[in-house]
Design a protein around this ligand. Structure first.
Ligand SMILES: [Zn+2]
Length: 492
């Protein structure tokens, strides 16, 4: 018997078997039950998520004489012929290679004739966005007044390329990217039937590489099985797909926690010498930090696409970082991806970034900062209303005499148009004054403004932050949000 790829062998044949597209399937089933069948459907969504498959099932369900509960029987002539793509009443057309006016004219001419055997004459046009402008125009007339026996199903990965006149004549169904968990379930199902032993981590790695596409995932699955036989391990998947071991990313976070820069150089060397693409590595690292941030910020690991034991590990590691740290690590990774792309020495950039992460100071927690401020004898004013605060400010000659407003700093530097550079400069000044004030023990924090006075060196500042976005509950919080993540304290 000839080998049939999994994507075809395990292609769903009923609505019930379609994975992760419940919203589409249920609507179609209801429309069949209520006998409210439209004349044109648009199935849009990423590749390999079941658009053409669903179109075929829909065609079978409408034409099968034994259909029950909206599902086709899959045994009658109509069902078999449609499944094999040789039914003369259900015509599948590849829009990419039949995109001219001529081809559409042929459709337009044939659509008038009643179906030869089945109830409906159906046209499934794949990659419909590839049709030429003329072809769409030729199609429009037919879509406007189709004969009662005709149904069009258009499938596309790029619905935005369709003329609005066509879209408005279709019922549109948006297919979703399939979740990694759902793909893993399907692969597990295939393993069961084929008698293949597979590690959870192996299937997750395959599903992730498939990037939301069932077809891609199943193709990768076949490839890995061809390599490693009936026993799928994470290592074999890694070898075939040449993906970075998840362990390596956990090592990066370990190095950051221990501040081990020599380990950082060793790891960079290992990554480069193993022939991994630095960009791919950074993409993986970015996801790693993202997962940690998810664990930290949400306090749960539901949104992490990984097997259970790895999720638990994320939750544990996340405890060693603050949200601010993880955000900065994410930002740094993103910047490194940019600079590596255009650098003549990507390896160097990569190494520097790794060391930068390892040597990164940890951001200070707001609560810690406030307690430091409090214990240092710095005066923290209680929240006051804006009117009280302004009158109080006018009673503070030091503050008023030499104002250094963050907003003024912006405006003064660049005239009418405040550039982002000046904003940064303003924040920098505010930060500087703030630090001075911390050491000189003269800091007044009010809401929603911050006044700082120092005697040595003579500096005073007043930053009105009420016009900043999201009026803060605490000015320091807002300053940090606006770029003061440079207000750091050493980790040790
Ligand atoms: Zn049937």
């Amino acid at each position: 018997m000839s080998f049939l790829v999994s994507a075809r062998k395990y292609r769903p044949t009923t609505f019930n078997e379609v994975v992760a597209q419940g919203h589409v399937v249920n609507t179609l089933l209801n429309s069949i039950a209520l006998k409210r069948i439209a004349h044109a459907y648009l199935f849009s969504g990423p590749r390999g998520v079941g658009k053409t498959t669903t179109a075929r099932i829909f065609a079978k369900a409408l034409n099968c004489p034994n259909a029950s509960g909206g599902e086709p029987c899959n045994t009658c002539d109509a069902c078999e012929e449609i499944s094999q793509g040789r039914c003369i009443d259900v015509i599948e057309i590849d829009g990419a290679s039949n995109n001219g006016v001529e081809q559409v004219r042929t459709i337009r001419d044939s659509v008038r004739y009643t179906p030869s055997r089945d109830k409906y004459k159906m046209y499934i046009i794949d990659e419909v966005h590839m049709l030429s402008k003329g072809a769409f125009n030729a199609l429009l007339k037919t879509l406007e007044e189709p004969p009662s026996h005709a149904i069009f199903i258009f499938a596309t990965t790029e619905p935005h390329k369709l003329p609005p006149t066509v879209i408005s004549r279709c019922q549109r169904y948006d297919f979703r990217r399939i979740a990694v968990e759902d793909i893993v379930l399907q692969l597990r199902h295939i393993c069961g039937i084929e008698g293949i032993e597979a590690e959870d981590t192996a299937l997750f790695a395959i599903a992730k590489k498939g990037d939301g596409s069932m077809r891609d995932s199943e193709s990768i699955f076949d490839q890995v099985v061809a390599f490693s036989g009936n026993s799928l391990t994470y290592d074999s998947v890694r070898q075939v797909l040449h993906i970075v071991d998840q362990e390596t990313f956990f090592r990066v976070t370990d190095l950051i926690v221990t501040g081990d820069s020599s380990g950082g150089f060793a790891l960079a060397d290992e990554v480069v010498m193993s022939g991994y693409d630095i960009q791919d590595f950074l993409t993986g690292l970015e996801e790693h930090f993202r997962n940690l941030l998810v664990a930290k910020a949400t306090g749960e690991t539901r949104l992490i696409e990984a097997p259970e034991d790895i999720r638990t590990r994320y939750a544990t590691v996340a405890e060693q970082f603050s949200e601010g740290d993880l955000l900065r690590l994410l930002r740094l990774t993103g910047q490194t991806m940019q600079s590596v792309r255009y650098s003549a020495q990507p390896r160097l950039r990569f190494e520097v970034a790794l060391i930068d992460m390892i040597k990164m100071d940890s951001t200070v927690e707001i609560s810690t900062l406030l307690s430091t401020v409090g214990s240092g004898g710095v005066q923290l004013a209680t929240p006051v209303s804006r009117s009280t605060q302004s009158s109080r400010a006018s009673h503070t000659p030091h503050t008023a005499s030499t104002p250094l407003a963050v907003h003024d700093a912006r405006r003064d530097k660049s005239g009418s148009s405040a550039g982002t550079g000046d904003m940064v400069e303003g924040i920098r000044q505010a930060e500087h004054v703030y630090k001075q004030a911390l050491s000189a023990n003269t800091l007044t924090v009010q809401q929603p403004s911050i006044s700082i006075t120092t005697s040595s060196p003579p500096l005073s500042g007043h930053a009105d932050i009420s016009t900043h976005r999201n009026i803060p509950t605490n000015p320091i919080v807002q300053m940090l949000i606006d770029g003061l993540d440079a207000v750091l304290v050493q980790r040790t």
